[in-house]
Ligand binder design. Structure first.
Ligand SMILES: Cc1ncc(COP(=O)(O)O)c(C=O)c1O
Length: 394
């Protein structure tokens, strides 16, 4: 399986593969909001239930089994991303992963971090919170819903230490040119941080090959996992320089050798975990990732592109203005659109009516936002388009 030369990821996969994926999804309604919060495959639900049933009656065994399962899942995540398992730590969400970086990075007063201006608050607040340490935040405005690399380069100066960007912008669906940005960071000697939550799961991303030093994600969007669990990849070359912000019994090399003095910190990213993790959620996340690993990353991406092309084309044919970049290298699973002539205050009414028709979508930054997953099919897209047509007519 190779990528096409005319555009990225334009391959077809046998529909039976997707039917099998879809048959594992339990939801009765049509969910078009995977950029918001996602349903889980059956295996992830079972993982939580199995863990809870054991934890309720045999907590010792559930806890021990949970730690060994967490190490297994850690290895699977690392393998999937093409990084080392010592470079992965669990977090509760993207914010926690980014905060390990923002608070632990060896800043000096006068340093700055460059971020796009339209980022989700998760990738803005941790940086603005550094103001008290004398760290400046340099924001790069979007131009026509895109973030030109030369605008990012213009924002970099001699005291810039880091670039932090979302893999996919939550509002517009713009996919960042991570390869180009990785090269830019390397040229200027910057630490490269990525908030991956809006693409990870359906769009390929190999942090080491892209020059990414830290990548954070929560599990509950395109990963089809539970809320309250996520992970951080941190390049091992930076482990000694990024100071753990919450050191607890689990941060050390031998957690079960209890000592009063602080023993050596774990020689892995476990040093950032601090205390007890949630084994049920980690186990469910592992199952969601095993689900996502059945088709290849390129197959998922091709599927997403095919579905979103149909959706964007259908919306445009009905007169909606699709603002999401759709060109090669920039498209994603998010389609944001305006309804010409419809005041923005009416959008929530549209979403409510869609819910009444059994369809969940969302509204962000002044646009309706639709985000189908790869287990959806063309009939789902057509059902959504039909519902929108009815809203336009009424
Ligand atoms: C780009 C981006 N980052 C992060 C988040 C969520 O952050 P957290 O995982 O910390 O809740 C969202 C949620 O919409 C998002 O769109």
């Amino acid at each position: 399986m190779s990528q096409s030369t005319t555009g990225d990821f334009s391959l077809e996969t046998d529909e039976t593969v997707w039917q099998a994926m879809r048959s594992e999804m339990l939801l009765p309604n049509l969910h078009m909001d995977h950029a918001g919060v996602s349903p889980w495959p059956d295996r992830s639900l079972k993982a939580v239930v199995d863990w809870a049933e054991q934890a309720a009656v045999d907590p010792f065994q559930a806890s021990m089994a949970g730690y060994s399962r967490a190490d297994q899942v850690r290895g699977e995540i690392a393998d999937w991303l093409g990084v080392g398992n010592l470079e992965i730590c669990y977090t509760r969400n993207t914010t926690e992963g980014l905060t390990h970086i923002s608070e632990g990075f060896p800043w000096q007063a006068g340093d700055n971090v460059v971020v796009p201006a339209d980022e989700y608050p998760t990738n803005l607040h941790p940086w603005h919170h550094l103001r008290s340490k004398g760290v400046e935040v340099r924001e790069v405005p979007s131009v026509n819903h895109r973030i030109p690399i030369d605008a990012i380069e213009k924002a970099i100066n001699s005291t810039t230490r880091m670039l932090s960007i979302s893999f996919v912008q939550y509002g517009t669906g713009l996919r960042a040119d991570l390869a180009g940005l990785g090269k830019l960071c390397s040229k200027h000697g910057l630490f490269f941080t990525v908030d991956a939550i809006q693409g990870l799961g359906v769009l390929p991303i190999r942090p080491r090959e892209l020059g990414i030093h830290a990548l954070a994600s929560g599990g509950s969007k395109w990963l089809l996992g539970p809320q309250g669990v996520g992970f951080l990849f941190l390049d091992q070359a930076w482990r000694e320089q990024v100071r753990p912000i919450s050191v607890g019994w689990h941060s050390v090399e031998e957690p079960f050798r209890f000592r009063h003095e602080l023993p050596p910190l774990a020689a892995s990213s476990k040093r950032y975990e601090g205390g007890t993790i949630n084994p049920g959620l980690v186990s469910a996340l592992g199952q969601s990732i095993s689900f996502l690993r059945q088709p290849s990353p390129v197959q998922w991406a091709s599927r997403i592109r095919m579905l979103t092309e149909r959706l964007a084309g259908g919306l445009q044919a009905m007169g909606l203005a699709v603002i999401s970049p759709r060109e090669d290298g920039a498209w994603s699973g998010i389609i944001a659109a305006k309804v010409p002539g419809l005041p923005e205050v009416e959008y929530s009414g549209w979403l409510k009516k869609l819910r009444e028709m059994g369809i969940t979508a969302n509204y962000r930054m002044g646009n309706l936002r639709f985000s189908p997953h790869g287990y959806n099919n063309l009939a789902d897209i057509d059902r959504l388009l039909g519902a929108i047509q009815r809203l336009i007519e009424n």
